[in-house]
Design a binder for this molecule. Sequence first.
Ligand code: GLA
Length: 635
Amino acid sequence: MGAKPLLRTLLLAMLSQPLSAVAQVAGGVDPVGRWTARPAGGAAKPPMGWSSWNAFRTEIDEEKVLGSAVALVRTGLAKRGYVYVNVDDGWWLRRRAADGRLIVRTQIFPSAMRGGGAETSLRPLTDRLHAMGLKAGLYTDVGHNACSQAYDLSSPNLPVGTAAEREVGLSGHVDQDIRLFFQEWKFDFLKVDACGLADYSADKPYVAAQGYRPSVPIVVRGEPARTDAGRVRASYEEVAEAIRKYASGAYFSICVWGQADVRAWGKDVGNGWRTSEDITADWTSMLQSFDSTATRALYAHPGAWNDPDMLFIGSGDFDQHHLIEARTHFSLWAIVNAPLMIGYDLRQAPQSLLDIWGNADVIAVNQDRAGNQAVPAYRSADLDILVKTMADGRKAVAIFNRTAEPVHADLTAGHLKLAPDRPVTMVNLWDRTKPVTFSGQTRLMLRPHETLLFMAEGQPELAEGLYLSEMTGSINVAADGVRQAELDPTIHRGISAWSGTKSSGETPMYTGWGGAQPDVAPYGTPLTIAGHGYGRGIGILSNSRMEVRNDAGYAHFKAEVGIDDSTRNRSSTVRFSVYGDGRMLAETGPISFGAAAVPISADLGEAKTIELIARSGDGGASTVSVAWSMARMTK
Ligand code: GLA
């Protein structure tokens, strides 16, 4: 297809959408013949390490940071993979008026002192960390001011000086600061927050009281219509560009709390992106963070990870007196390929907690090289079953009791995409003395809040290959067909730690609904074509393009495609095409709503990148829910 239909699509989209929405259809549905995702670089696996924030908020100092670094090495956690030591908010003193250079608060980072404090450098700190075999991470904000300057006003470690000197965020200084952090100070990881884009409107009492420069927010939490996703993305792209220039292998962590539709574009800009508000040490906050990644498996892959926030193991509902909850938190983060960032004062961690962070079997689930995020096999408000296909074909499975009551769960071979008539053996990754063997199905008892985490083996349903929904780490959703970012109603809404019950209540707050989903239709219903249900496949909207990496050298692609019965638009037809390295391998005719599924198959030859494209028949004007049912690649 030439450029014209695409242009028309874009034009139509531009006429009917606000600017922020247009940015999301620009992905392009014409085949490009290659894997266009950002290179995985230093983020081929989810990052592991320690961060100061959940342990100390802004009350950090060099002794606490280095003490935790020493503890990582001493306890063996560093050997297990926890190598990042990340300094979060609180490290800065001011931006020097003369030349805009950031000055470190040497009172808490004494090794940063140079020439009597007129000049400061975090290089001695990063040198120490690197000498210990660790990596170093730092924190900044994409706007003028940081989060602590709005939310931690009684902190002793807020920037000082004139309003301009207290503008420690990147805005207006991107190149200068990124050069400083990476080229001069040699950091390996940067977390870039977004309070500067969200929290400095003129009506905020602290803006006037502190004399901050007011700015019109372009992020309004939970309100996509008042958020300018396009501008937010552009701000982060500017940072990404500078990081590429000064440190191509560095880890770029986007922190816009699941807002501004980052759950859709984060993968194209950063190595990780927060999918939710800040986690607190409460069960329901953990639920919200977890849910914000659970349905997003197709938006992550090596180099690009959904980030439900740092671990809160060791505190509150996840402390040493709540080891069931702590293990659940860790199991869930492991299986959804979340960054594993310890948020606890490691200088005094009890063995019971060290055993959780240090569980090598659970870490191995998280760090598997295929990078397939677990896919939900069963979801409800009470219990989730999530299955992650490992590089060697084994299945990690988490059965998660969300309730405060004991529950039982029937786990089936089908949940695992394993043959129902052959034995399945499972090792319990928290208690190796409790293996499970079954055929067909098994009943498991779960204690309140418990997650059972197993590594399962059996006869795969597909003898010589994988369903696409078993290889999400090899898929890049280049265009998901979403026109208008929609709020995701499936994410737990607890009582907000910030507004409590004095507000009118919690509404869905994160866009990223109706896009690509493994094994279900775009809005979560079972994949169904003309009344026939399919438990496997990819649900997506029309005017979409998925890139599938064929590193394994699969020879055949097969699927049964059609319009999903859940679609709202029943009038437009959809045409499905399969490309191999840019060459068309197979295409259906236009398929109508209600028509039976159409088989589509292709010999892949030597093709390295397979593209799956679905276009609606009216030049891309309408959006139709479609199903690539049973989509699979085989030898
Ligand atoms: C925001 C981020 C947190 C933390 C604080 C620091 O709230 O989401 O993770 O970095 O800012 O102030």
